[in-house]
Write a protein that binds this ligand. Structure first.
Ligand SMILES: Nc1ncnc2c1ncn2[C@@H]1O[C@H](COP(=O)(O)OP(=O)(O)OP(=O)(O)O)[C@@H](O)[C@H]1O
Length: 581
């Protein structure tokens, strides 16, 4: 379509002629001219919010972005090969999250499809996001439907996302830079975008209403548990306290009324006492609900969760002595391990602590030592291949921590054994990064059985159920104010692999704290995940990242890493790290 034809059509529509455009589009054109004072002959430049404003918009939608992110990632994977871009806008129309093919970055930018672009109808004219916000429903604004000439090549399909009270809180938009001419080519995009928003609303409802019953609803028993159409959250008296938008359609298809605050038995012949019968365990086809208007639906009830897990979390660690009690958060496996450690803390039983690098083996050894008999010394020995008898603590009493015992040379093994034989009051705690069977092969048998009395295996960070607890603890230790992580940043951290375990997490938090401007650490403050790596390279990268984040100020970097300035200088020199010119 040529520019002049587009402008002429808008003019005809405004003069009341029928041109075959959808009513939603012609009404939007009328608003653009008559309400917002736009001129179709004058191209309006894309409106981009400032970095600061973007940060504020992202903070306000952070919970939703976090919930939506994994769903959007999955959707992007489905459509990416076909040059679609996905855009999540907040209720004002500002793009707060974005997935696009980086190869088309320039083109996307020119089209205004990137973070911070403002798509409200009064700034951008008729467009997917803006018109979806005004109309409150899913729609496609295809090519010449756009008001502004610069947007005419685009095809945008957008659907609203509502919060659990039914208020508009975001818009999901799927756009194509170039598309086939018929608008019907976007029908599949419409199905994808509406299915995604339904799932995002469902995930958000589940996350926000952990203390309430949730009743999920479906017209077919096959999809009841995997992809239900709607859900409501109910308080203990059966009142609806949260919903997905699908619930309005499922329970009150013809009405405009609000569901929130009404009782579930106004809509379905059921009381809260019946909910346990609708839980998983009974075949879905038997969980039929009768609606008060005579229709039928299938129901799946999910019991309140938070109270149960909170009580569990509080119990965990409560009966452990000091340093062991604060070693881990709510992780059942670790709780069992720590209970075992507490039982042997005051004995002379030799302990072997296994676990990947950075999982806290030394920290655990020190915690056990602290919980042992008072007034005894903690001797640490790094078991390098080159260690000799003269470097070992002769005639010592207390705890001997043999760090990395798998590295001992055959000669050093003999010396350690002699040392232990001559020091009956020395309690051994050894750590190793390899599993006990492999260690048994590497050490001489008499030494292995002398040190491996009881084995404590620390889990890698990626398997810890108390990841959130640990994250908050490490963060609190580094920041005086109440610095916190945005939900999106938290989810991103949880999804990482953490080959360097807690040591790597500590360095990432150091960088994030240094990068964050306010007291919220957002996704953009996190250093990129570096993937699989060895401890050595991990530390190099972390040091370089921290130095970079601190503007190469050695003293500041030293404070962040909790070491002396001279250590930073020495390590940087050794690793050949230098400030960029
Ligand atoms: N439970 C914990 N709570 C807080 N910080 C921890 C915890 N466990 C370990 N850390 C921190 O993680 C880092 C690595 O811990 P530690 O040196 O004990 O690991 P490790 O497994 O012994 O490492 P390596 O494999 O190199 O021997 C340290 O900075 C430590 O303070």
């Amino acid at each position: 379509m040529r520019d002049t034809e587009h402008v002429a059509e808008i003019d005809r529509v405004l003069r009341g002629y029928e041109t075959g455009r959808d009513r939603t589009v012609s009404e939007s054109w009328r608003r653009c001219v008559e309400t917002y004072g736009m001129d179709p002959t004058r191209p309006d430049p894309a409106f981009i919010v400032t970095e600061m404003e973007l940060r504020e918009h992202r903070e306000q939608s952070e919970r939703l972005i976090a919930t939506a992110r994994s769903g959007l990632q999955a959707l992007f994977r489905q459509v990416a090969g076909q040059n679609y871009v996905l855009l999540l806008a907040d209720a004002q129309g500002v793009c707060v999250d974005f997935f696009g093919d980086p190869r088309f970055e320039d083109e996307l930018r020119t089209a205004g499809l990137y973070l911070g672009s403002h798509w409200s109808e009064d700034l951008a004219g008729t467009c997917g996001v803006g018109s979806c916000i005004v109309n409150g429903k899913a729609l496609t604004i295809h090519q010449g439907d756009h008001f502004g000439l610069s947007h005419v090549p685009l095809s945008c399909t957008a659907a609203p996302i509502h919060d659990t009270k039914g208020e508009l809180s975001a818009v999901l938009d799927i756009s194509l830079l170039r598309s086939p001419s018929p608008k019907s080519s976007q029908n599949l995009a419409m199905s994808l975008v509406t299915a995604s928003t339904r799932r995002v609303e469902m995930a958000n409802l589940m996350a926000m209403t952990r203390r309430d019953w949730v009743l999920r609803l479906s017209t077919s028993p096959e999809f009841l548990e995997v992809d239900p159409e709607a859900a409501v959250a109910l308080d203990g008296s059966g009142r609806i306290v949260g919903m997905t938008m699908g619930a309005r359609k499922a329970l009150d298809p013809d009405g405009e009324g609000r569901l929130i605050g009404t009782r579930i038995d106004d809509w379905i012949e059921i009381g809260v006492d019946d909910l346990p019968d609708l839980m998983r365990g009974r075949p879905p086809e038997e969980r039929v609900l009768r609606l008060t208007d005579g229709r039928g639906l299938f129901g799946h009830a999910i019991a309140p969760q938070a109270t149960r897990s909170l009580a569990g979390a509080r119990r965990m660690g409560a009966d452990l002595p000091g340093a062991l009690g604060s070693f881990a958060g709510p992780d059942p496996g670790l709780a069992r391990l720590l209970q075992g450690a507490a039982r042997v803390a005051r004995t002379q039983v030799p302990l072997l602590i296994t676990g990947e690098t950075g999982t806290g083996k030394e920290k655990l050894a020190r915690a056990i030592h602290v919980c042992g008999p008072e007034g005894r010394a903690f001797h640490e020995m790094r078991c390098a291949v080159t260690v000799t008898a003269s470097q070992m603590p002769q005639g010592a009493r207390g705890t001997l921590f043999l760090r990395g015992v798998e590295d001992l040379s055959p000669e050093a093994q003999g010396a350690v054994l002699a040392l232990l034989d001559g020091a009956p009051d020395l309690r051994v705690i050894a750590s190793t990064r390899i599993d006990p069977a492999a260690l048994a092969e590497r050490l001489r048998a008499d030494l292995f059985y002398r040190i491996a009395g009881m084995t404590l295996s620390l889990p890698p960070l990626r398997h810890r159920a108390d990841f959130d607890w640990l994250l908050d603890r490490l963060l609190r230790r580094r920041t005086a104010d109440n610095t916190r992580l945005s939900p999106a940043a938290r989810i991103e951290l949880k999804s990482r692999d953490w080959r360097g375990n807690i040591r790597e997490l500590e360095r990432v938090i150091d960088v994030a704290v240094a990068m964050a401007e306010g007291n919220v650490i957002d996704l953009t403050d996190l250093p990129a995940a570096t993937g699989v790596r060895t401890e050595e390279t991990g530390e190099d990268e972390a040091l370089e990242l921290v130095l970079h984040a601190c503007g190469w100020n050695m003293s500041q970097a030293a404070r962040r890493l909790g070491v002396n300035r001279s250590t930073i200088l020495r390590r940087a020199r050794k690793l050949g790290i230098a400030p960029p010119h």
